[in-house]
Design a protein around this ligand. Structure first.
Ligand code: AMP
Length: 542
């Protein structure tokens, strides 16, 4: 027997329709590439998304076609999200921090029919446009006044001109909720980049789940500023969750340094934000230097890489900002776990609570997870045994775009490539990417644990730990450190800081001080690069 409920498809267009109708006066505030702050409401965004839909029709972009963006977090990018997916085309966000050759490869693989880009990326697009045969329209996301006098891109189009010429009347089409809505390539794995192809259904379910109180806790009383880019897994889904709940949305544009982000936090009365640890490092340094306080910020989501416990302490103890340590990946839309206490923890000591808060948290409903050993058997949830982390759920990939990389699933589960422990209460803690684990004498050493201790030292700004070849033990840990500006610190002082905090055999064999640690396109430390750089490093014990 079937239920007697209405069969309304879960479509992304319903989010913007809802926001425009029920939160019509809630603001979307953007720091633009051109300079000034731009503000409008969800009602206006809804109207312009319809113009986008008509504009796409005029450009010949239709159902199932891919349309790409190279853009910062801003209102035009936001409208494109809804206009493109709303007509049943696929919104393909490209990470502009990739090398031009990679961008061209990705755009060709996706067969993008149109490319929308911010002024910042005009030189980049001029460099690759001739290599994108499938792309018929190149649209600069600006107004007539900011169009270049000349460009090497033939027929370069102006976004605002196109929008002005497009009608505001449009009825969003209804179609199967399993239709592809957006595409995001991950370069986190080996080989060619692979496209995670989200659907309307997966995106909607993910948005519902991410707004829950024990997830990212988003509401109509919040002012949310995603520092995480809209080209990095849809700003971790906030581009959908914010209008879904009617939160005011603040989009920071190209300036993601501590000062610019802090200014926006204060000027727009931001209550919640989200970003990778390296972004918060910059912000916290700026706060400390200027003796600044947050007047409205209540919480921030930190993920993308492990958030060092020292950073959680600084946010919570010094600034009264709750850290929502979250874990996920492009293949998971991205949300997998978020760290929030259960009521049973509230009676525990602050130290015991903090111990829980340093983990990556509990599975959000919709995501199921398990850890398995090398032979594929389930491992116990005791908070100590670590194994390969597998996940499944309606917003987890079942394959990559165009079948790239073959079938990734193992008995219906997606192997994340992360190594983790899970506690009896279901709190998951990442110890490493499986390829970053240090294998010493047949045992594993967690590079993240060692990095977390190193960055708790007051003179350390950044730390990475990699395995270096060792004749007796296979691999031993090498600690690579960037000192804080002006700080003095010797190898011996730093190693003494580890004493009593780890098992003796985990002690790094050596410390290398460097000026900077290379970061990848999504702000993660590039350990592959470090491993190359230190391949011939001679450990003192070797
Ligand atoms: P991406 O697909 O670029 O978002 O990268 C996903 C990967 O980032 C995951 O598989 C993890 O290795 C890593 N990651 C994301 N969040 C965290 C976190 N909170 N702690 C540790 N690693 C994380």
């Amino acid at each position: 027997m079937l239920g007697l409920m209405q069969d309304r498809a879960l479509l992304i267009s319903t989010i913007i329709e809802h926001a425009a109708r029920h939160h019509g006066d809630a603001e979307v505030v953007s720091r633009t590439v051109e300079g000034p702050i731009h503000r409008y409401t969800y009602a206006e965004a809804g109207r312009r998304a319809k113009r986008v839909a008509n504009m796409l029709g005029a450009l010949g972009v239709g159902f199932g076609d891919r349309a790409a963006t190279l853009a910062w977090n801003g209102y035009r990018h936001f409208e494109l999200y809804y206009g493109i997916s709303g007509i049943g085309a696929v919104m393909h966000t490209i990470n502009p921090r990739l090398f031009p050759d990679q961008i061209a490869w990705i755009a060709n693989h996706a067969e993008d029919k149109a490319l929308f880009f911010d002024l910042t990326f005009l030189p980049l697009v001029e460099g690759i446009a001739a290599r994108l045969p499938a792309c018929r329209s190149f649209v600069l996301m600006t107004d007539r006044a900011h169009m270049p006098a000349a460009s090497t891109i033939p027929g370069l189009l102006c976004y605002e001109d196109l929008l002005a010429a497009a009608a505001e009347e449009f009825a969003w089409p209804a179609f199967d909720e399993n239709t592809a809505s957006s595409l995001c390539y991950t370069s986190g794995t080996t080989g060619n980049p692979k496209g995670a192809l989200y659907s309307h259904r997966s995106t909607m379910l993910h948005a519902y789940a991410s707004a829950l109180p024990d997830s990212l806790n988003c509401s109509a009383r919040d002012v949310i500023l995603p520092v995480v880019p809209m080209f990095h897994v849809n700003s971790w889904g906030l581009a959908y969750a914010c209008p879904m709940v009617g939160a005011k949305l603040v989009l920071p544009g190209p300036h993601l340094d501590g000062r610019s982000v802090y200014e926006l936090f204060e000027a727009e009365r931001v209550t919640m934000s989200a970003g990778v640890p390296t972004v918060w490092q910059g912000l916290l340094a700026h706060m400390k230097q200027g003796g600044l306080r947050f007047s409205t910020l209540k919480s921030t989501v930190i993920g993308g890489s492990a958030c060092p416990p020292a950073m959680i302490r600084t946010f919570q103890d010094e600034y009264g900002v709750k850290v929502l340590h979250a874990w996920g990946m492009t293949e998971m839309s991205p949300l997998g776990t978020v760290c929030n206490l259960k009521s049973k923890h509230l009676d525990q000591s602050a130290e015991e609570q903090f111990r829980v808060e340093t983990t990556q948290g509990r599975a959000v409903f919709g995501v199921d997870m398990k850890i398995v050993g090398a032979d594929g058997t389930d491992l116990p949830w005791d908070g100590k045994t670590f194994g390969d982390l597998y996940v499944r759920g309606p917003w987890v990939v079942r394959g990559y775009f165009k079948g790239e990389g073959g079938d990734p699933l193992v008995d219906g589960w997606f192997p994340t490539g992360d190594v983790a422990t899970i506690s009896a209460d279901g709190y998951m803690q990442i110890t490493d990417r499986s390829k970053d684990v240090i294998k010493s004498g047949g045992e594993w050493i967690s590079s993240i644990d060692l990095e977390n201790i190193a960055v708790a030292h007051p003179a350390v700004m950044q730390a990475a730990v990699i395995g270096v070849a060792h004749p007796k033990w296979d691999e031993r840990p090498l600690l690579i450190v960037v000192r804080k500006p002006g700080a003095e610190l010797t190898r011996e002082e730093l190693l003494r800081f580890f004493e009593g905090k780890i098992a003796k055999w985990w002690m790094p064999d050596d410390v290398a001080f460097v000026e900077a640690i290379p970061l990848g396109a999504t702000g993660k430390m590039l350990k592959t690069r470090l491993r190359e750089q230190f391949r011939d490093h001679r450990l003192p014990t070797a």
